[in-house]
Design a protein around this ligand. Structure first.
Ligand code: URA
Length: 238
């Protein structure tokens, strides 16, 4: 790739800014000073130094975000704040995208990455990646619902869902509110909400707890994010 692109993607500024940086003769590739922004460089092979310091370039970035309600899982939108608006400008230069969608009112775990192969793997229904949610439901969730979800429920468009594992956490019989956890392997539009609708109940609150091996970090406040650890990335790819 071009050196100006590499420097910009490493968070050293915009393409225009890194061009100015190159002019100051502080960039070296394999011991040679480089000033031409078009110079080709291979970050896997070539040694790039900035003012004598080695450049730490990562082709792929992986962030774990605790998505708040009110923000949409898209890269751009005319009306609403997007999950990318929650990232620092230096973290969006490599163009991460959300892996799958959470509804605007859903909270919780969202992975953002520019690794297309991993995104495909995590979203492809044939890979059966577990997605676990916590939900508050209007109505009393019963053993019958657990059995129905295990067998698959028919959604409003007649689609029969794959087996889902429903666990009752708490039932408030007076208020008629149930707290549950559900594990699904699909990601149909509004899937959890539509599954409860199919058993005449309503999702009041929904939060994703995990996706495959990646779990929501309890230290992340709503709206906060961090880079995934090497171990988290390795486990997701395994
Ligand atoms: N199911 C839903 O209904 N909404 C989400 O955001 C995720 C799963």
């Amino acid at each position: 790739m071009r050196i100006d692109k590499l420097l910009a993607h490493s968070g050293l500024g915009t393409r225009k800014e890194v061009k100015k940086l190159l002019k100051t003769s502080i960039v070296e590739i394999n011991g040679e000073t480089v000033k031409d922004p078009k110079t080709q460089v291979n970050p896997d092979v070539d040694e790039v130094l900035i003012a004598g310091e080695s450049l730490d370039y990562q082709e792929y970035v992986y962030f774990i975000l605790n998505k708040p309600a009110g923000v949409i899982s898209a890269t751009e939108d005319d009306m609403h704040e997007t999950v990318l608006d929650l990232l620092q400008p230096s973290d969006i230069v490599q163009e991460p995208h959300p892996v799958g969608r959470l509804d605007i009112d859903t909270e919780g775990l969202l992975l953002l990455t520019n690794d297309g192969a991993l995104t495909h793997r995590l979203l492809s229904p044939k890979h059966h990646v577990d997605k676990k949610y916590f939900a508050e439901i209007k109505g009393i969730v019963t053993e019958k619902d657990i059995t129905k979800f295990k067998e698959g429920v028919e959604l409003d468009d007649e689609y029969l869902t794959m087996p889902a594992e429903l666990t009752i956490i708490d039932i408030d019989t007076e208020e008629e509110i149930s707290k549950i956890e559900i594990v699904i392997q699909e990601g149909k539009f509004h899937q959890v909400k539509r599954m409860f609708h199919a058993v005449d109940k309503e999702v009041l609150y929904l939060k994703r707890l995990s996706m495959g091996s990646l779990s929501l970090d309890p230290l992340l406040e709503l709206g906060a994010y961090r880079e995934c650890t090497k171990e988290e990335v390795q486990r997701l790819k395994a």
